[in-house]
Design a protein around this ligand. Structure first.
Ligand code: URA
Length: 239
C-alpha cells in the first residue's frame, strides 16, 4: 500500500497531515529516509519507522462500546447521531462498523470492528452466539414465562424463537414490574421486546451485558469505548 495510506492508517493523521510529516524527513523505510507519499510499502515485510520508532500498524481494529440511548447502531445516518459519531475515527481508514444492532433506546455492549470475517461469524444464525440482556419489564414475569422461553415463543410474525434462558431477578407486585436477565441465541429485529410481548409484557429498559464470551466492561461510562484486550479478542475468535 502507499506510504501515506499506511501512515494515516496507523493513526498519524490525515493524508494531508501525513504528507507534511514526510517532508520533515523523520519517516524511514527499511532504514532510509523516505519523503515520497506514493512510495509503496508492504506493512508485513517492510520496516517503517517514524522518529526512530517502529510503526504500530494494525489491519484490524476491535472496540467495545457502552452504547447510550439516543444513538443508532449504524455508521451513517441523516437524522440521528450514530455510534461512529461517538468515536474519534475521523480520517481513520480502518473505520469499524457495529457488529449487529442495538435499538436506539437500548444500552450496553456493542462490538465494533473492521474485521468482516469475525463479524460474519458472530452474526451468522448458524453459530448461535449467546447474547445476554438485562431488562426492566412492565408486568410480572412468571415461572411459566421462563418455561415458555425455554421452549421458544412465537413472535408477532409467527417466527418460533430458539430456546432462551430467562432469569427473574426481582418482581415488584405493587408496582407490577419485574427485572430479568435473558440469554438469546439469535438476533432477530427487536427480539427481546417481541419475546416479552409474546408473553404479554413490555420491556421498558434494555441493556446488553454480553455477546458470546465478551462481557461489557462496567468501568466504561455510557457513550465511551475502548479497544478489546488481547485475551478478549482471543476468546472472541475462538467463540
Ligand atoms: N432485542 C431488542 O428488542 N432490542 C435490542 O436492541 C436488542 C435485542
Amino acid at each position: 500500500m502507499r506510504l501515506d495510506k499506511l501512515l494515516a492508517h496507523s493513526g498519524l493523521g490525515t493524508r494531508k497531515e501525513v504528507k507534511k510529516l514526510l517532508k520533515t524527513k523523520i519517516v524511514e523505510v527499511n532504514g532510509k529516509v523516505e519523503v515520497n507519499p506514493k512510495t509503496h510499502v508492504d506493512p508485513d515485510t517492510d520496516s517503517v519507522t517514524v522518529g526512530g520508532e517502529e510503526l504500530d500498524y494494525q489491519e484490524f481494529v476491535y472496540f467495545m462500546m457502552n452504547k447510550p440511548q439516543g444513538v443508532i447502531s449504524a455508521t451513517e445516518d441523516l437524522m440521528h447521531e450514530t455510534v461512529l459519531d461517538l468515536m474519534e475515527m475521523q480520517d481513520s481508514l480502518q473505520e469499524p462498523h457495529p457488529v449487529g444492532r442495538l435499538d436506539i433506546d437500548t444500552e450496553g455492549l456493542l462490538l465494533l470492528t473492521n474485521d468482516g470475517k469475525l463479524t460474519h461469524r458472530l452474526l451468522s444464525p448458524k453459530h448461535h452466539v449467546d447474547k445476554t440482556y438485562y431488562a426492566e419489564i412492565d408486568g410480572i414475569v412468571t415461572e411459566e414465562d421462563k418455561e415458555a422461553f425455554k421452549q421458544g415463543v412465537t413472535l408477532d410474525d409467527d417466527y418460533q424463537t430458539l430456546p432462551a434462558e430467562l432469569s427473574i431477578i426481582e418482581v415488584n407486585e405493587e408496582e407490577n414490574t419485574s427485572t430479568v436477565e435473558l440469554t438469546i441465541q439469535e438476533g432477530k429485529f427487536h427480539q427481546v421486546k417481541r419475546m416479552m410481548q409474546a408473553v404479554g409484557k413490555e420491556v421498558v429498559y434494555l441493556k446488553r451485558l454480553s455477546m458470546g464470551p465478551l462481557s461489557l466492561d462496567e468501568d466504561l461510562e455510557l457513550g465511551t469505548y475502548r479497544e478489546l484486550t488481547e485475551d478478549e479478542l482471543e476468546l472472541l475468535k475462538k467463540a
